[in-house]
Design a protein around this ligand. Structure first.
Ligand code: AMP
Length: 424
């Protein structure tokens, strides 16, 4: 048999990477708690139809889709929002609004594997459902800001936009929604010439091209330029006004907004309003992104329900932490290994190990049956703090030897006081 490798784009996360990812997850959960979001757990496999309905061509074409044995066309989720929108039309339909949810887990996309881009990756996804007010959009951005700070990242900054501006211009020029999606999809990839080829009206083209020139170093000035640029387009103008309100709220919340991008678009098709991404200078791929999707729940058969949310790329956040050398701030715990001096004392040694674990002390047991010298050498190599040596003579006094492996010193400790002694 050949040795097996992981499938291309899939990764094993070894202990250190798994610890790092779990640290980021713990910070996402902490953030959810602080902002009043409750975690729900949805399936990895969902109906293809649900996941593909409004995700957009880009994600649709990258989904892991297959038939299950019952001949259902299903797919591995490429994101969480569709699952949460499904819940909002079913089990959570009658929940008081706003409904705030957190989802954490793996998602799947057939992307080209490279640094920070995998086919199986992890997200924390926050959704707030039931209001179209700018406070909700601001909250989503502010909780993302909080997560970035909580994991210790520095110099991160937000990029903001509003798909309602471009959609507003296009819809007033009678460009239908399907064509709007195709145009936004190309704009997301910065293929502006390709995008504009799809626009027929000269007037509309002029307005769209003009919108690319509006960016200023000052974010509020950019929004004002957008506002005057789209004055004749009522929907686009109210979108620009909405963007201004959100920008004002997040700035008041002391969140670092680096740019407002008039021609910013995102791959997902369901966005209807504010969109954003967050970056650090060391990486040119986003650590997270989200936006408003006011039509999705309706498309899934629910009452018209406005909603907004964000997905954080947890692998990329961990990568960013490595690049900025921000270690997880957990305090190291003392580790011990329990070693019986001879075979007959195994039972007694095991009982002592159990007691230490009950007291919350990470305790390994010498399971390899090694002689004392070898067992201590191994414990030292693996950076265990103390070896608890269980010998007959000491046991008679109700005690064990505790050896500090780094200092190569040992003292006699009463079993009754062992846990307390190790912890101090
Ligand atoms: P999206 O909603 O597509 O913008 O995805 C949200 C976040 O997930 C992105 O900002 C990335 O941080 C992360 N992400 C997206 N695709 C991948 C991938 N292939 N590998 C790792 N992280 C990803």
């Amino acid at each position: 048999m050949p040795t097996f490798q992981t499938v291309r784009g899939m990764r094993d996360l070894l202990a250190e990477d798994a610890e790092m990812l779990n640290f980021v997850i713990s910070k996402a959960r902490e953030t959810a708690k602080l902002y009043g979001y409750r975690e729900v757990i949805t399936p990895v496999i969902e109906p293809y139809e649900l996941l593909s309905a409004k995700s957009g061509e880009e994600i649709r074409s990258r989904m892991f889709t297959f038939k299950d044995l019952g001949n259902r066309t299903v797919a591995l989720r490429p994101e969480f929002t569709a699952s949460i929108a499904r819940l909002a039309t079913t089990a959570l339909k009658n929940e008081p609004k706003p409904l705030r949810t957190l989802s954490v887990g793996s998602v799947y996309r057939y992307d080209e594997p490279q640094r920070g881009r995998y086919r199986e990756f992890y997200q924390s996804d926050f959704e707030i459902i039931g209001t179209s007010n700018p406070e909700a959009d601001a909250e989503i951005i502010l909780l993302t800001d909080r997560l970035m700070r909580a994991v210790g990242l520095r110099n991160y900054a937000f990029k903001l936009g509003h798909v309602g501006v471009i959609r507003g211009i296009l819809s007033q020029e009678n460009v239908d929604e399907k064509a709007q999606n195709a145009i936004l999809q190309r704009m997301d990839k910065k293929e502006f010439d390709e995008a504009f080829k799809l626009v027929e009206s000269e007037e509309c083209l002029k307005t769209l091209r003009g919108s690319l020139e509006l960016k200023s170093d000052d974010v509020f000035e950019t929004v004002e330029r957008i506002q005057s640029h789209v004055e004749g387009y009522s929907k686009a103008a109210s979108s620009a006004e909405d963007l201004k309100k959100i920008l004002k709220l997040v700035t008041e919340g002391e969140c670092p907004v680096a740019t407002v991008e008039p021609a910013f678009a995102r791959g997902l098709e369901y966005y209807t309003g504010m969109i954003f991404e967050v970056y650090i200078p060391e990486l040119d791929i986003a650590l997270g992104g989200g936006g408003r999707y006011d039509k999705l729940i309706e498309v899934f058969g629910g009452e018209p329900t406005p909603a907004t949310g964000v997905a954080h790329g947890l692998d990329r956040i961990a990568l960013a932490m490595q690049m900025q050398k921000t270690a997880p701030s957990t305090k190291p715990e003392k580790r011990v290994v329990v070693v019986p001096v001879k075979e007959e004392l195994r039972g007694e040694a095991l009982r002592i190990a159990q007691k230490l674990r009950e007291a919350g002390i990470p305790t390994e047991f010498e399971v390899m049956g090694r002689k004392m010298a070898k067992a201590l050498e191994d414990a030292d190599r693996r950076k265990v703090d103390y070896a608890i040596i269980v010998g007959e003579r000491e046991l008679k006094q109700g005690a064990v030897m505790v050896r500090n492996l780094a200092k190569r010193e040992q003292i006699l400790v009463e079993i009754a006081k062992l846990a307390e002694k190790v912890q101090s």
